[in-house]
Each structure stands twice: as structure tokens, then as C-alpha cells.
Design a protein around this ligand. Structure first.
Ligand code: SF4
Length: 301
């Protein structure tokens, strides 16, 4: 079986939530529209075409107009304006010599740090946004969209365990050393501003929004920066992967999953399995759900 970083985090957050998604394969039949999630996914998709497939700016805009589905037309206008501002600023930033891989998947054994044995039930899977070469060195490329990419944000993602986990397994998968991570952080803004910044001022139009975004990106908020990998965190992460895989295995064998109710309303949203937990899996509530294979981000599971 495969476990990914996000599945492992889900299990750490609430084992019952992990079970509903990764053992029972349940998802809500009607997918909730979360603009920030859709925006982030769409931006990842266009950056892949722009940087890896060498689409020019015009082809990228065509792609956004014709291929990307965002329910809210305003959000789509914001996405296109953000991409145009990004493309203008991006040329002035640190470039790589070669974009070696895009959306690179990996699958690797999870090794016990004491015995060197692979885990009997799980392998680690995942997908990185990209791998670039600068000189003779290789870096993970991570695209992020963030509402406020300030210094605090930069510090927070610098210690992100996911990138350490990715570096650990990608270097084994490809037989190359990963020197660090090159972050590509795009500020996002999904609201029109009021002209003159007055609360009763008229809403800006697309032209003003685009100009405001371009100047925001041009000044300081669009970030591309390196993060080096911490050997201590790499060792911690290698151990943690085993601990998580073993914990999930045990719960599966015993079919015993506890609920962590502290996580029911994370990020101001109700957990998608709230109704099931509330009603004790009442049969009529099951009709709100359908089944879907886990690890949607991977091509083969
Ligand atoms: S509703 Fe709460 S307890 Fe139930 S699966 Fe979600 S996070 Fe866990």
C-alpha cells in the first residue's frame, strides 16, 4: 500500500478521518467549492505549462481561459491577472539552468532507521512540483500561492517537513543529491479592492486590479528563495515515516481508529466527515458520500 505525506498528516490529525478517506475511500458526493484550493491547483497547472512545456504567455492565457474551470468568473479574472503579473516579474528573478522534471512522482520503501528493513505494509509515494538544475546542483522546485507571503510565512515554510520528506525519497528514486528547495511563492488576492481604499468607494475593475497586482508583485511581495535542508530534520522525517506507517498498519489490523475532535473545524471549515461522526454512520447520511480512489494526485496507486 502507498502512504503519502498528506495521508500521513491526515492520520496524525485524526485517524478516523484517515480511515474514512483511505480505507473506506469515501468523499462527499458534491464537492465543496473552495476558491483558494481551486486557485492554487490552477496556478500549479499553468506554471507547469509555462516553465516546463515552454508555453508562451499568450498560450498560457488561452489555456486559462479555455481549460481551467473556476466556478466564479471573478476568481478566473483574478487568476489570469495574477499570471500576467507573475510572468512580468518572473524574468527578473533567479533562474535555473535546466528544468529537469515536472510533477515528478516517486515510490520508495520506508526503511526502519535501526534495522534497515523495509516496512512490510507500506511504501512512501508522492509527487514534487519540479526538479531544477542550477550549475551542477539539483533543487526541488516548490510552487506556493499565499495570501501574505511575508517573513513569517517564509520562516514557516523553511522548516516544512514535507520538503524534507520529498528530498529524502526523490534523491533515492533518482540517485541524485538534492541540495535544497527553490520556493516560488505567488501572492494571491481573490477580492476586488475599493477605489481609494475607502470602505464606501466603488469596486475596482479588472484593469485597476491588474495594475495593482503588477505593482505589488514588482515591489517586493513575489518571492523566489532557497531553503537548505536540515540534516537533523531529514533524520527525524525518515524515522517519522516509519512511525506513521506502523501506526496506520496497527490500526488497520485492529480496526481501531480514534477520533480527534480538536480537528473537526480546522481552517474555519467543517470536516467533510462531520455528518458521519455526528450521526454514528447513520445509513441515510451515507447517501451524502460516494467512493473515490485515494491519492488522486498520483497516476498509479
Ligand atoms: S469530524 Fe472530527 S472526529 Fe470526525 S473524522 Fe472529521 S476530524 Fe475526525
Amino acid at each position: 500500500m502507498i502512504i503519502t505525506h498528506s495521508a500521513g498528516q491526515l492520520w496524525k490529525d485524526c485517524p478516523t478521518r484517515y480511515k474514512r478517506r483511505h480505507v473506506d475511500h469515501l468523499v462527499l458526493a458534491v464537492k465543496e467549492y473552495t476558491p483558494h484550493l481551486f486557485y492554487g491547483t490552477a496556478f500549479h497547472s499553468i506554471l507547469e505549462r509555462y516553465h516546463f512545456d515552454d508555453f508562451d504567455v499568450e498560450a498560457c492565457v488561452d489555456y486559462l481561459v479555455n481549460e481551467i474551470s473556476l466556478k466564479n468568473e471573478d476568481h478566473k479574472a483574478h487568476l489570469i491577472a495574477s499570471f500576467l503579473a507573475y510572468a512580468e516579474k518572473e524574468k527578473k528573478l533567479q533562474q535555473w539552468d535546466e528544468f529537469v522534471y515536472s510533477e515528478k512522482e516517486f515510490r520508495q520503501p520506508i526503511i526502519h532507521q535501526g534495522t534497515g528493513e523495509p516496512h512490510p505494509d507500506f511504501i512512501q509515494g508522492g509527487k514534487v512540483d519540479g526538479i531544477v538544475r542550477i550549475g551542477e546542483q539539483f533543487f526541488l522546485l516548490e510552487h506556493k500561492t499565499a495570501a501574505r507571503p511575508d517573513e513569517h510565512y517564509q520562516r514557516r515554510i523553511s522548516i516544512d517537513r514535507q520538503i524534507h520528506q520529498y528530498a529524502l525519497f526523490v534523491s533515492k528514486e533518482l540517485g541524485i543529491e538534492i541540495e535544497g528547495v527553490l520556493y516560488n511563492v505567488i501572492p494571491k488576492e481573490l477580492r476586488w479592492s475599493r477605489k481609494g481604499r475607502k470602505s464606501n468607494g466603488p469596486l475596482e475593475g479588472l484593469k485597476d486590479y491588474t495594475a495593482r497586482l503588477k505593482s505589488r508583485y514588482m515591489e517586493k511581495e513575489f518571492l523566489r528563495f532557497y531553503v537548505s535542508l536540515s540534516p537533523v530534520t531529514m533524520a527525524d522525517v525518515a524515522q517519522e515515516c516509519w512511525t506513521i506507517a506502523d501506526g496506520v498498519s496497527r490500526m488497520m489490523r485492529e480496526d481501531s481508529w480514534f477520533k480527534n475532535t480538536k480537528r473537526c473545524f480546522d481552517y474555519g471549515r467543517r470536516c467533510p466527515y462531520w455528518e458521519l461522526c455526528e450521526t454514528g454512520d447513520r445509513p441515510d447520511v451515507m447517501s451524502l458520500y460516494t467512493t473515490k480512489d485515494p491519492h488522486e494526485e498520483l497516476s498509479i496507486v
